[in-house]
Design a protein around this ligand. Structure first.
Ligand code: SAH
Ligand code: TMP
Ligand code: ZN
Length: 403
């Protein structure tokens, strides 16, 4: 049943049993790993693409949640720019107030804080919330939902902006989110959020965007319908180049802001792309199977030649690739990553060891699968020595390729 409108969800792809994408077990913990059925479908009524099974939120977002938003130079720049834009366009009145849902380590609110603007991050994961506080950001260590939003409204007054990046798509209880926004948002305020875009996922075959935390794959059509359902209006959209293609949605209370032409334009484009048609998702499923087959064939071939292959970036996305395609330590000997909390741990489900990125060169392998393909430029720029040593990168989206 659709988590937004109660309609029928038509399942279009089943990835089988999958572990939590951000749970990196220690060797002695692998017996307790949690698995769930990762399957995705589209609502026949409101076109919302969503997971068929829901993982309890406390299993994913807790004290040890390992993802640190500030780990990428490119994303730091993106969020500094985002904060500046919000400050210049929306936070212009007397004593403005901004709330961020899923503020993580303070990557966006840090800039807001430095500008001396009243703010609050709402972040359930204790470890990253602590990091944000250490940087001067004000954080409520909690899940954003109707009840916490109501308390924030009572304590701090209405918010001019409620912002979220890569977080709303993580939250199945969208009804409670919208009711919380309704309780907290100022009459003329905006709810702005950005998430991976279904149009890009389908276009570029980025099937690894589908994992436990990505409960929704949003499109303009589905977000517009959801906003309406809860008394809001989608007034602007903008495509963003980050994380393999996202859309930033701007939502206001019904009738208070003009609807920008971009909304209708992108909705039209989605229609042409067939983003609500079953055949599009059939094609997508066929491509996922083909890509996995080709990737495994390539890894087996280079192993047969006696070459060493590793992975680069212990991303949440890579959990779907390794587990669905059946790639273990026999095909990829280790994965290198800059996040200290992931070092000495194993990749979820596949149990490939994770090592510090500083060890990537000791010595360089023959091949490296770029799991963090969304940070390709940044990684290529700092790992030039790999290619110079004769190493080759492997990518698997939009298709399998040595480059
Ligand atoms: N905004 C950051 C973090 C994205 S990761 C960025 O774009 O990089 C998603 C974050 O959402 C995690 O830190 C997670 O703890 C948080 N989160 C999950 N559910 C939440 C909820 N209901 N309210 C607020 N934050 C939530
Ligand atoms: P993300 O794709 O969800 O942003 O996760 C990126 C992962 O890749 C994260 O675990 C950090 C890691 N990473 C590196 O190891 N090196 C890098 O240069 C960058 C940008 C990320
Ligand atoms: Zn629906």
């Amino acid at each position: 049943m659709c988590r937004v409108c109660g309609g029928t969800v038509s399942e279009f792809f089943d990835f089988g049993n999958q572990p939590l994408s951000d749970a990196f077990p220690r060797p002695e913990e692998i017996r307790d790993e949690f698995f769930f059925r990762l399957a995705v479908g589209i609502c026949e009524d409101c076109s919302m693409v969503q997971l068929v099974e829901e993982v309890p939120r406390d299993r994913m977002f807790h004290e040890d949640y390992p993802y640190h938003s500030s780990g990428s130079v490119g994303m730091r720049a993106h969020f500094e720019q985002t904060a500046r834009e919000l400050i210049e366009t929306e936070l212009t009145g007397p004593d403005p107030f901004i709330v961020e849902i899923g503020s993580n380590d303070g990557v966006m609110l840090g800039t807001v804080n430095q500008a001396g603007i009243r703010h609050l991050g709402v972040e359930p994961s204790g470890g990253v919330a602590k990091l944000a506080r250490a940087g001067g950001v004000r954080v409520r260590n909690d899940f954003f939902e109707q009840s916490s939003a109501t308390e924030i409204r009572a304590a701090d007054g209405p918010a001019d902006v409620i912002f979220a990046a890569n977080t709303i798509c993580h939250i199945p209880y969208l009804d409670s989110i919208f009711r919380g926004v309704d309780a907290l948002l100022a009459p003329q305020g905006v709810f702005v959020f950005e998430d991976p875009y279904l149009g890009d996922i389908v276009e570029l075959n980025t099937f690894d965007q589908i994992y436990d935390e990505h409960f929704y794959l949003f499109s303009v059509s589905s977000v517009r319908a959801a906003a309406r359902r809860f008394g809001f209006e989608l007034v602007d959209v903008r495509r963003l180049p980050v994380h393999g293609g996202e859309v930033r949605y701007t939502i206001a209370r019904e009738g208070v802001r003009p609807v920008r032409p971009a909304v209708g334009e992108l909705a039209r484009q989605e229609h042409e792309q067939g983003l609500v048609e079953p055949s599009t998702f059939e094609r997508f499923g066929t491509d996922v199977k083909r890509i996995c087959g080709e990737l495994v064939d390539l890894l087996r071939t280079v192993r047969a030649e006696g070459k060493r292959t590793v992975g680069y970036g212990a991303t949440a996305k890579s959990a779907t690739v390794t587990n669905y395609c059946g790639i273990g330590p026999d095909l990829i000997e280790a994965v290198y990553d800059t996040t200290p909390a992931k070092h000495g741990r194993l990749m979820p489900g596949s149990h490939i060891p994770v090592h510090s990125a500083t060890e990537f060169r000791e010595p360089y392998p023959d091949y490296a699968v770029l799991f963090a393909w969304n940070h390709a430029e940044e990684i290529m720029a700092k790992e030039t020595g790999f290619r110079e040593s004769g190493g080759r990168w492997i990518r698997y989206v939009p298709g399998v390729e040595i480059f």
